[in-house]
Structures are given as structure tokens and as C-alpha cells.
Design a protein around this ligand. Structure first.
Ligand SMILES: Nc1nc(=O)c2c([nH]1)NC[C@@H]1CN(c3ccc(C(=O)N[C@@H](CCC(=O)O)C(=O)O)cc3)CN21
Ligand SMILES: O=c1ccn([C@H]2C[C@H](O)[C@@H](COP(=O)(O)O)O2)c(=O)[nH]1
Length: 323
């Protein structure tokens, strides 16, 4: 994970101090990128200990469209507790349904993006086409004196990505989005990792992932988000019959919080260690071996189905999370 050390160095050398909503200043760089070749091993940081169980717990919670920090905890991930229960602005938000609620965060958008259409009531062919695509009529309405119908569908963006990887791998439109402008006022934290694009190559049978993260906490969030994206790439590859290859990771606001300086500087003194391998339990079917497409494993997979083999790391380091 030389890439992670290089990112830290870039921000320390080129960053400028910035204020933000948390009250803890950051040293920030606008725009950064890292690329990982899965053939080199699984991109777990080695210059400190990665909380891998927590990473795969979070991933499973996202895959199940969870919106409660209690569900994340039940899967072994505690990192959402403070966002759910300690942020004053969120505690005062009328959309918060109670203790541990996060609102319709990541997984809800990945698996159940609320999709609406307003069509003219007279446009029978358009309404029928929408119904064939899974939309249903929810209410009549009048707009500018014209009779219309409101239609709704919860869009499973991730499932549609897998379907397209299997049925139309040359598509350059295989992506899912976490940034839903219609719900930004209803969530504990607007999505940070928000655009996932899969790029399968039907000739080499390799699949790659490009991920865009709008705002990234390099001390705590980045190692977590890299491992999570890479684990998702491995899972999608298994379920669609591909071999995971490139993982390109793009950051908008790349920042180090001022109370994380010691944690990152200590890592610059440490030599990166050889990367581990990610093992996904053989009970999770490989499409390449069975020839049977079983995307329901997106929901069925458990955190214990993911293990890191040969993970060597330096001593753990931690620091407070800005809420
Ligand atoms: N300020 C901030 N930074 C983040 O990275 C972040 C948020 N907020 N809010 C939501 C999620 C939660 N994520 C987090 C939060 C905390 C850790 C963290 O503290 N990690 C510890 C150990 C965690 C554990 O043992 O479960 C670490 O030392 O890596 C990691 C990712 C990423 N996100
Ligand atoms: O997956 C995540 C979630 C959050 N973060 C970090 C990035 C920022 O430091 C904060 C979010 O604050 P905003 O003011 O909404 O940008 O959390 C992360 O790195 N990874």
C-alpha cells in the first residue's frame, strides 16, 4: 500500500488548511487518485491495522439496504453510532425516526433508489412501457391543467449492474449512484463514496471498478473505503464470472484532520508490508464455475464469508472521528 503513503505525503506537502462543519480543521487537497491492481493482492493498509471485520460488516449492511446503526452493529460495524446518535443537527432533524436511525443512506440508494415518473394520463403507451419496467401508478395529479399520473419504483441499481455485467458486458453504463439530491435533507450524512462504475472485459474475463469519493478522511475513512470497494469488486466478480483486476479510486476533497497528524506521520516512518489475499467463502457460488446466475447472494452474504489470508500489519493506530 505504497499508494496510501504517497497520498498522505501529497496532502502533507501540498495541502492547505480548511475549515469545515465539524470544527476540526483539515489539511486538504482538491483531487487525488490511487489505482490498485488486484493481482498484487488485496489493498488492506499495512502501515496500521485495518478494522477488516468492521469493513465487511459495513459492506453487508449496505448490501441489505440498512438504515439503522443497530443493524450495522449487529453485523460487526460500530463506526456509524456517532453519526446516528451524536450529531446535534441530525438529532434535531424531523426525518430522524429514532435512536440509531441514519435515514436512507448508501445501501437504501444502492438497492431501493426511490424512482418517480410523472406521465400524461393520456399517454397509454408510455404508461404501459413504464409498467413493464416495474413502475406502478401511485396517484393521479394535475399539472398546468393537464391530467397526469405519478408512477413509482424502488430501483435496485446494484442488481441492475450485475444483470448488465452478465447480459451486456460491453456496456459503458454499468454504474450505481449514492448521491440522491431528493433525500439529502433526510440523512445523517450525505454519501461520501458515491459513484461506482464497473468495467468488465468480456475478452480477458477481468472486471475493474472506478469509485468516486467526494470527501475523504484520509486518516480513518480512506483505508476503510478502499477495502470496502475492493471487497465489493471481488464479490461482484464472483457472482458474475469475472476475475477482479483494477480498482481506481478518485477523491474530491482529500483531507487529513488536524488531530490525525500524528497517526499519519507515524505511518510515513513505516515500511509497507506484502499485501494479503481476500478469500470469499466457497459457499458463495462462482458463476464462472456453476454457470448459474445467483445475484441473491448480494443479500445473503455474511461478514464471516470474507477473510483476509496472510494479513501482516504494523501496530494499530487510532484517533478520534470528527462528527
Ligand atoms: N469524520 C468522519 N470520517 C469518516 O471516515 C467517516 C465519518 N466521519 N462518518 C461515517 C463513516 C464512518 N467511517 C469510519 C469511521 C470510523 C472509523 C474508525 O474509527 N476506525 C477505527 C477502528 C474502527 C473499529 O474498530 O471498528 C480505526 O482505527 O481504523 C473508520 C471509518 C467512515 N466515515
Ligand atoms: O465513507 C466515508 C464516510 C465519511 N467520510 C468522511 C469524509 C469527511 O471527513 C466526513 C464527512 O463530512 P462532510 O462534511 O459531509 O464531507 O466523513 C469518509 O471519509 N468516508
Amino acid at each position: 500500500m505504497k499508494q496510501y503513503k504517497d497520498l498522505i505525503s501529497t496532502v502533507l506537502e501540498q495541502g492547505s488548511w480548511q475549515d469545515n462543519r465539524t470544527g476540526i480543521r483539515t489539511l486538504s487537497v482538491p483531487g487525488a487518485m490511487m489505482r490498485f491492481d488486484m493481482n498484487d493482492g488485496f489493498p488492506a493498509v499495512t502501515t496500521k491495522k485495518l478494522a477488516f471485520k468492521s469493513v465487511v460488516g459495513e459492506l453487508c449492511a449496505f448490501l441489505r439496504a440498512s438504515r439503522s446503526a443497530a443493524d450495522f452493529r449487529a453485523l460487526g460495524c460500530k463506526v456509524w453510532d456517532q453519526n446516528a446518535n451524536e450529531n446535534q443537527q441530525w438529532l434535531a432533524n424531523p426525518h430522524r425516526t429514532g435512536t440509531d436511525d441514519l435515514g436512507p443512506v448508501y445501501g437504501v440508494q444502492w438497492r431501493q433508489w426511490p424512482g418517480y415518473k410523472v406521465l400524461e394520463a393520456a399517454a397509454a403507451a408510455q404508461i404501459a412501457d413504464a409498467e413493464r419496467n416495474g413502475f406502478r401508478q401511485v396517484a393521479p395529479l394535475v399539472e398546468d391543467g393537464v391530467q397526469k399520473v405519478l408512477m413509482y419504483k424502488a430501483i435496485d441499481q446494484l442488481r441492475e449492474c450485475l444483470d448488465t455485467i452478465v447480459n451486456n458486458p460491453s456496456s459503458r453504463r454499468i454504474l450505481f449512484h449514492g448521491w440522491n439530491p431528493a433525500v439529502l435533507d433526510q440523512v445523517a450524512l450525505p454519501a461520501c463514496h458515491l459513484l461506482y462504475q464497473f468495467i468488465p472485459n468480456a475478452t480477458t474475463r477481468e472486471i475493474s471498478l472506478c469509485l468516486y469519493v467526494r470527501s475523504n478522511d484520509i486518516g480513518l475513512g480512506t483505508p476503510f473505503n478502499i477495502a470496502e470497494g475492493a471487497a465489493l469488486l471481488h464479490l461482484v466478480a464472483r457472482l458474475t464470472g469475472y476475475k477482479p483486476r483494477w480498482f481506481s479510486y478518485f477523491i474530491g476533497d482529500a483531507h487529513i484532520y488536524e488531530n490525525h497528524m500524528e497517526m499519519v506521520q507515524e505511518q510515513l516512518k513505516r515500511e509497507p508490508l506484502p499485501l494479503p489475499q481476500l478469500i470469499i467463502n466457497s459457499r458463495v457460488p462462482s458463476f464462472a464455475e456453476t454457470g448459474k446466475y445467483e445475484p441473491e447472494w448480494l443479500e445473503k452474504i455474511e461478514p464471516s464469508d470474507f477473510t483476509l489470508a496472510g494479513y501482516q500489519h504494523h501496530a494499530p493506530l487510532t484517533a478520534p472521528m470528527a462528527v
